[in-house]
Design a protein around this ligand. Structure first.
Ligand code: PLP
Length: 392
């Protein structure tokens, strides 16, 4: 039989998956276009034309050993291209040896946590947060410490952060643009976090890292997403192409670190080694080459912006409370019942698939993923309105 731990974890596991299954049942009864599915963060726009062109070119290439094992860090020329891109945007001086190609951002997070954590060390995350962090931190013997963000803005509270750091804190894991709130952290707030960690690292005599999980960095609407490597020397940046190029199934991401970070050689050596021993070995060969060729492209973010504007403005008109998201493709409004799981059930009666905020460590809210078609959003609006009216 499978282990007790995994068996229990499966029982308690993701509400998002549960919604997916409920949705499939409803779609069978009512038809696809009568069920409004806002549950999964699976991008629906097709990848940009550059991705398809790169794939065609590579398929016709006579290059030998294109599908072989490689250095566990990934192809040097792909890492070089990413380092140069970061340098051109920031003025930093990363080399190819400051970049490791990974199996998506999920793979990258596991590699980073495996590399950094001694048993029992703490990783601080800000609620609400991407729920997989629970498992990823546990996978490597770490302890998750969740602290709340401000109730009005979902921004980290640096005073609370200062109080929460102990001699056992190894890293603070941030996510901007954020899943589930869509909030983007400004340079000011990132600098405040960095200042706290600088001070606490000195006080405790060891490096406290920022791990910055940034799958949505290219999906920001009219605001800058500052590069964390320019703000904190001991930051580890994680990016992927799952959302920016609509390639989640291809599992392509990377880790980048500042060449000035403490003991950078051992950090990079650890990351490369962990990429190998976690069984990833190296990131998928073909798609490393594809993303390098499409390095300057991204999905048209106006597609998401139009959806955000329609959904956000409509919900506010119907009486929902919500922070206006500046990035990613999520909205995180307040549930109209304190019990967000019950609220999700009430929404289901209107064929609305939403995810309770408890699934992200913030009960009393719900998440909407607007990576579904504009038509679905338009068709769903009467249902959101009717749901709100039930609580007036
Ligand atoms: N981190 C966050 C905040 C995410 O929302 C996701 C995916 O939805 C991931 C990491 C995982 O990304 P990937 O599919 O590239 O592994």
């Amino acid at each position: 039989m499978i282990s007790d731990k995994i068996s229990n974890s499966i029982k308690n596991s993701s509400m998002i998956r549960a919604m997916f299954e409920e949705g499939a049942k409803l779609k069978k009864i009512y038809g696809d276009d009568k069920v409004y599915d806002f549950s999964l963060g699976n991008p629906d726009p097709e990848p940009p034309a550059e991705v398809k062109a790169a794939l065609r070119e590579l398929a016709n290439s006579e290059e030998l050993k294109m599908h072989s094992y490689m250095n566990n860090a990934g192809y040097p020329e792909v890492r070089e291209a990413l380092a140069e891109k970061i340098n051109s945007e920031t003025g930093l001086k990363l080399g190819s040896d400051n970049v490791v190609m990974t199996v998506g951002a999920g793979g990258a997070l596991n590699v980073v946590l495996k590399t950094l954590l001694n048993p029992g060390e703490e990783v601080i995350v800000f609620a609400p947060y991407f729920v997989e962090y629970n498992s990823y931190i546990d996978n490597h013997g770490g302890r998750l410490k969740v602290i709340d963000t401000d109730y009005k803005t979902f921004l980290p509270d640096t005073e609370l952060l200062t109080k929460s750091i102990t001699s056992n804190t190894k890293a603070v894991l941030i996510n901007t643009p954020n899943n589930p709130t869509g909030v983007v952290y400004s340079k000011k707030i990132l600098t405040e976090i960095a200042n706290v960690l600088e001070k606490k690292s000195k006080e405790y005599g060891h490096t406290i890292y920022i791990i910055s999980d940034e799958p949505y960095r290219k999906l920001a609407y009219d605001v800058e997403v500052p590069n964390i490597l320019t703000i904190y020397r001991n930051a580890i940046m994680i990016d992927c192409f799952s959302k920016s190029l609509s390639l989640p199934g291809e599992r392509m991401g990377y880790i980048a670190a500042n060449p000035e970070a403490d003991d950078i050689a051992s950090l990079m050596g650890g990351l490369i080694y962990c990429n190998r021993i976690l069984g990833f070995v190296n990131a998928p060969a073909l798609f490393q080459k594809v993303v390098a060729k499409a390095i300057n492209s991204s999905v048209d973010i106006n597609i998401y912006k139009e959806r955000r504007d329609l959904l956000y403005n409509s919900l506010i008109n119907f009486g929902y409370e919500c922070v206006k998201p500046d990035g990613a493709f999520y909205l995180f409004p307040k549930a109209l019942l304190a019990d967000d799981v019950e609220f999700k059930n009430r929404a289901l009666k209107h064929n609305l698939l939403i995810v309770p905020g408890s699934g992200f460590g913030r009960p009393g809210y719900f998440r909407l993923a607007y990576c579904c078609s504009l038509e679905t959003i338009k068709a769903s609006l009467p249902a959101f309105k009717a749901l709100a009216e039930e609580f007036k």
